[in-house]
Design a protein around this ligand. Structure first.
Ligand code: GRF
Length: 199
């Protein structure tokens, strides 16, 4: 299966996916990595692995819709079976979702529907929950609202800082991502309402 990964940040999830895809039995290949900012560290990880990269910066387009169309065009050119947001901090728009809405997934560092948005671990810590975690889901037009594929929980320790909790979540999040992307590409999936079935 052909994967396109989108990111804005450091790319530790990308690194885990590159390692997984090295095993032919995994059943997937990363055909491109895209970012919304040229400085995203994940682009260097992709380039070092010989994976083609592209960047679409929102402010280089006259409107958000133009940016969305350009992003859609880039991704479509790689003919992906699955598009994966690994810390891609931009909400995609209508043209992207029309094209890829049935195969665009995101990993979020909180147990949705609690703590959507970009500060999942910080918000969980401030609330005082004793379980945090990560959620893998199909992206819809909302913010972290789409049908859930899988969730993994980790404990919140009383002496956690944002950094220690974030790191504990990321370890579990990467393992979940690798496991479930593999299952999706090898076994297929159907989405029915809010339920995702992997046969
Ligand atoms: C992930 O924890 C994801 O949930 C969040 O951003 C992080 C990306 O980390 N939205 P990395 O860039 O893959 O290291």
């Amino acid at each position: 299966a052909r994967l396109v990964l989108l990111l804005s940040g450091t790319g530790s999830n990308l690194a885990a996916m590159i390692e997984a895809c090295d095993n032919p039995a995994y059943g997937a290949r990363i055909v491109a990595v895209g970012a919304d900012r040229p400085g995203a560290k994940g682009l260097e990880i992709a380039a070092a692995a010989g994976i083609p990269t592209f960047v679409e910066v929102v402010k280089n387009h006259p409107t958000r819709e133009d940016w969305d169309a350009a992003l859609t065009g880039h991704v479509a050119g790689y003919e992906p079976d699955l598009v994966i947001s690994v810390g891609f901090l931009k909400l995609v728009g209508r043209s992207f979702l029309e094209r890829f809405g049935d195969r665009y997934i995101n990993t979020h560092n909180a147990l949705l529907p609690a703590f959507p948005g970009i500060h999942g671990p910080r918000d969980a810590l401030e609330y005082g929950v004793r379980l945090a975690g990560a959620t893998l889901f199909f992206v819809d037009s909302g913010v972290d609202t789409g049908p859930i594929i899988a969730q993994v929980a980790v404990p919140v320790e009383l002496d956690d800082t944002e950094d220690t909790l974030t790191e504990r979540i990321k370890v579990a999040e990467r393992a979940q991502l690798v496991e479930y992307v593999g299952r999706l590409v090898r076994e297929g999936w159907t989405i029915s309402g809010r339920k995702v079935y992997i046969p």
